[in-house]
Ligand binder design. Structure first.
Ligand code: AMP
Length: 239
């Protein structure tokens, strides 16, 4: 396994609805393969904060929850992927968001990224974490947190000893505003609508791999590592 962590693994694209455990798994991939996680949402927020020309253009669009125009995204993503820490691979989080961005990424990798002899020619591995819709709804709507110490509970899978009270300090537990069922249903529908065409783009190219996100976290991680290491073995040629 040590070999798997020292060589390049190429781009990894993680798809998964809110609550599917994408954040947790991304962190574990970063630790194991020592590649950066590139979140386009974070990069944009940084630009907004620094007041860059891109930030000024993106600010209102983001506040409305709409997508930033593709052309602006391409410059920003290209600049980031040219940095030296991406040479062995990277995880993309939040990009591509539509098939046009997926096509741009393929072209960028082909014409620029793989042009550098230092880099293995690995096509993106696209991993979708699938979770049963109703289980997901319970997972998110069951979440409660302590407003004082921040500890997280779940009324279904990890309840506190006394209902609605924090085990540590006895505070009344709260539900995050965006974890409420109405909001969640909307977020899940929006995710589905946005991501489906991207998943279909990669499925058509035979590059979409689904993992079962209903399994315990460590088993999901194992599946993901297996996909990454298995795909790499077969992805350095001309495919
Ligand atoms: P996120 O943190 O991924 O939810 O992104 C926050 C916001 O940044 C989104 O609502 C969009 O306005 C913008 N954004 C992030 N990634 C992209 C992308 N790939 N294409 C267009 N807009 C994006």
């Amino acid at each position: 396994m040590a070999e798997a962590t020292s060589r390049g693994i190429g781009p990894v694209i993680l798809l998964g609805s809110p609550g599917a455990g994408k954040g947790t798994q991304a962190k574990l991939i970063v630790e194991r393969y020592r590649i950066p996680q590139i979140s386009t949402g974070d990069l944009l927020r940084e630009n907004v904060q620094r007041g860059t020309p891109l930030g000024l253009l993106a600010k209102d669009v983001m506040a409305r929850g709409e997508l930033v125009p593709d052309d602006l995204m391409y410059d920003m993503v290209a600049q980031r992927l040219r940095q030296v820490d991406c040479e062995r691979g990277f995880i993309l989080d939040g990009f591509p968001r539509n098939p046009a961005q997926a096509g741009w990424l393929d072209a960028f990798l082909e014409h620029e990224f793989f042009g550098n002899a230092q880099r293995d020619r690995c096509l993106p591995i696209v991993i979708r974490i699938d979770v049963d819709y109703n289980k997901l709804l319970r997972r998110i709507t069951g979440r409660r947190s302590c407003p004082v110490c921040g500890r997280i509970y779940n009324v279904y899978s990890q309840p506190p000893h006394v209902a609605d009270r924090c085990d540590v300090d006895g505070s009344t537990l709260v539900t995050r505003e965006d974890d409420r069922e109405e909001v969640i249903r909307e977020r899940l529908a929006a995710y589905e609508q946005q991501t489906k065409p991207v998943a279909e783009y990669y499925a058509r190219k035979g590059r979409l791999v689904s993992v079962d996100g209903d399994l315990p976290v460590n088993e999901v991680t194992e599946q993901i590592f297996r996909v990454i290491e298995g795909q790499h073995a077969g992805a350095t040629g001309n495919n």
